[in-house]
Write a protein that binds this ligand. Structure first.
Ligand code: SAH
Length: 365
């Protein structure tokens, strides 16, 4: 019997990367072997991202290219999973799925990520690293799935469903296994990672993080993405106390204008965010803050954008992941507010923040 070979193409965030590693493991348990390249695969899994239209378009582009080649190799199977599949399959109206079907053609199988991962294998094996992973050295451990927050711009809750927490014991077992495999960098993952809740003795994210830090004194521990509203004093204390927890904290702010934050349904003000950053900087010497910012959200006029620039100066972010607002179907913002900031103006604002935060000191010639 000919050996079946697979290839996984991952778009988007670290959570998708972690999912792909687990899909790879499941496929290998089922007898598949990793292909040397995409054109040698019998099974191609596309783990998609739809956080912005541009990300979604990249998925369609790949499917178009593959479909064009498929006429030559009809036995190749293409499976589409990740957030595009989740958004289509979880949607209450069938129209999402029907539209996606039309777009990708009948030869593509659409599957939920969880249906491609056999959790029983995970209990004893961990995951497999994939070549296209910039963070291959990090043991990526999802501690929760989904999101309850419903930030108005964000499609992730619709694609990934409501928040579900993994039990602490399972997380700690996985940490141990990664340590015994030789990993020395541990990344705890969740859409709002610090909103994790446990049922037993370990109830809060701060308690969980302390346990992980104690379990892995020789490793560096990081977590993404934390949200400002669940960043408790207890959590700050735990980080301050354990030098093996990363001194770079990712704390998405999204905007420096209170009205825009309200429209984004981010439950904090600029003043509260700044007070939190101040507390973190005071308690954890040498800490660096990184962030996510959206430019050109509806209603962001020049004055509102200037307030974001001001906030960036005040915090002095070490890095920022800056995105131009992209209306996403079915989200609250897409329904309530027209996408009114012109693309050129979004680009201009993007460059201002990019130069201010990510290219400071870089010779631009
Ligand atoms: N739950 C995580 C990840 C959300 S997606 C978190 O809260 O950080 C990652 C980033 O993409 C977000 O922080 C946001 O800055 C950006 N983003 C999400 N939806 C967007 C949209 N519709 N347009 C532009 N950027 C968006």
């Amino acid at each position: 019997m000919k050996l079946k070979r697979y290839w996984i193409k991952t778009f988007g965030c670290q959570m998708n990367q972690a999912d792909s590693e687990r899909i790879a493991l499941t496929l290998e348990k089922q007898g598949y072997q990793r292909a040397a390249s995409i054109d040698q695969a019998d099974l191609i899994v596309i783990n998609s991202c739809i956080v912005r239209q541009s990300a979604e378009n990249r998925v369609y582009g790949l499917i178009r290219n593959l479909s064009a080649q498929m006429s030559k190799c009809p036995n190749v199977q293409i499976v589409l999973t990740g957030c595009l599949a989740g958004w289509a399959l979880r949607g209450q109206k069938k129209t999402n799925l029907e539209r996606l079907r039309k777009r990708v053609g009948p030869q593509v199988t659409i599957k939920l990520t969880e249906d491609l991962i056999e959790t029983k294998f995970l209990a004893d094996l961990g995951c497999l690293q994939l070549e296209d992973d910039a963070q291959a050295d990090w043991a990526k451990i999802p501690i929760s799935q989904g999101c309850n927050q419903l930030c108005s711009y964000c499609i992730v809750p619709y694609a990934r469903g409501p928040e579900v927490y993994r039990p602490a014991a399972e997380i700690l077992t996985e940490v141990n296994r990664f340590l015994s495999q030789g990993y020395r960098q541990i990344l705890l993952l969740g859409q709002t990672v610090n909103s994790w809740k446990g049922k037993g003795k370990v109830k809060t994210f701060a308690q969980l993080l302390a346990l992980v830090a104690q379990l892995a004194p020789q490793a560096t521990i990081n977590f993404v993405s934390a949200n400002p509203w669940d960043f408790s004093d207890q959590l700050i204390e735990v980080i301050a106390k354990h030098p093996n927890i990363s001194r770079t904290i990712h704390l998405p702010v999204q905007s420096g204008d209170n009205e825009i934050l309200r429209r984004m349904r981010r439950p904090y003000t600029v003043e509260e965010y700044l007070a939190l950053v101040k507390k973190i900087k005071q308690s954890i010497p040498g800490v660096k803050i990184t962030t996510d910012i959206i430019v050109g959200f509806p209603g962001e006029d020049k004055a509102a954008f200037e307030r974001t620039v001001k906030l960036c100066r005040q915090v002095n972010f070490a890095r920022a992941f800056i995105g131009k607002y992209s209306p996403r179907p079915g989200t609250i913002a897409a329904q309530l507010y027209p996408d009114e900031v012109p693309p050129q103006e979004k680009k201009r604002r993007w460059w201002i923040l990019e130069n201010l935060i990510n290219r400071k000191g870089v010779d631009k010639n």
